[in-house]
Design a binder for this molecule. Structure first.
Ligand code: GNR
Ligand code: NI
Length: 174
């Protein structure tokens, strides 16, 4: 397994629409292994393949608490086929928008169909943080980031600050 680097905003690659996977083969499983290791290393609870520059419709997640046993989840070609009418607000963050957090409203529950790590068809009804996280990750597959839901002013400010951080990094990463 390899830790890959996570792309951060502003980066046009993050705006690409990811392509469906034909079938889950060794290559996709290796990618999921790398994504999971990259996500754990960055202390995230989810990661979409496009965040490491690969435009495939693949997501990994683990919303277990630190003290709990790890519970990795893998979603290939996920589709939401049912959304709750009721919304819930969560303070969201994103590994591609480092150090910024904001409240986002999303449907509280949703049903997702997907292929698992072994390419088997699965369905899941998600609620709470799991539902929020799946929807956040599925937005990445469409090139959407949570800051797109904020006011134009807030979003512009965040993107400006992130591009300045890229110009003058206070740490040189080799
Ligand atoms: O680590 C993450 N935490 C998080 C918190 C609230 C809502 C969504 C997320 S996903 C994020 C990791 C990430 O950027 N996934 O794309
Ligand atoms: Ni994200």
């Amino acid at each position: 397994m390899t830790i890959r680097s996570i792309l951060t905003e502003p980066n046009k690659i993050l705006r690409q629409v990811s392509k469906p996977v034909e079938s889950v083969k060794k290559e996709e499983q290796k990618l999921m292994d790398d994504m999971l290791e990259t996500m754990y290393n960055a202390n995230g609870i989810g990661l979409a393949a496009i965040q490491i520059g690969i435009p495939k419709r693949i997501i990994v997640m683990d919303i277990s608490r630190n003290e709990e046993e790890k519970k990795p989840m893998y979603f290939v070609n996920p589709v939401i086929d049912n959304k709750d009418k009721e919304n819930i607000t969560y303070e969201e963050g994103c590994l591609s928008v480092p150090n910024y957090f904001a409240e986002v409203d999303r449907p509280k529950k949703c049903r997702v169909q997907y292929l698992d790590y072994n390419g088997e068809k699965k369905a899941l009804v998600a609620d709470g943080l799991l539902a929020t996280c799946i929807q956040h990750e599925m937005d990445h597959l469409e090139g959407i980031l949570f800051i797109d839901y904020l006011s134009k002013l807030k979003k512009t400010m965040i993107v400006k600050k992130l591009s300045k951080q890229k110009e003058r990094p206070d740490r040189i990463i080799v």
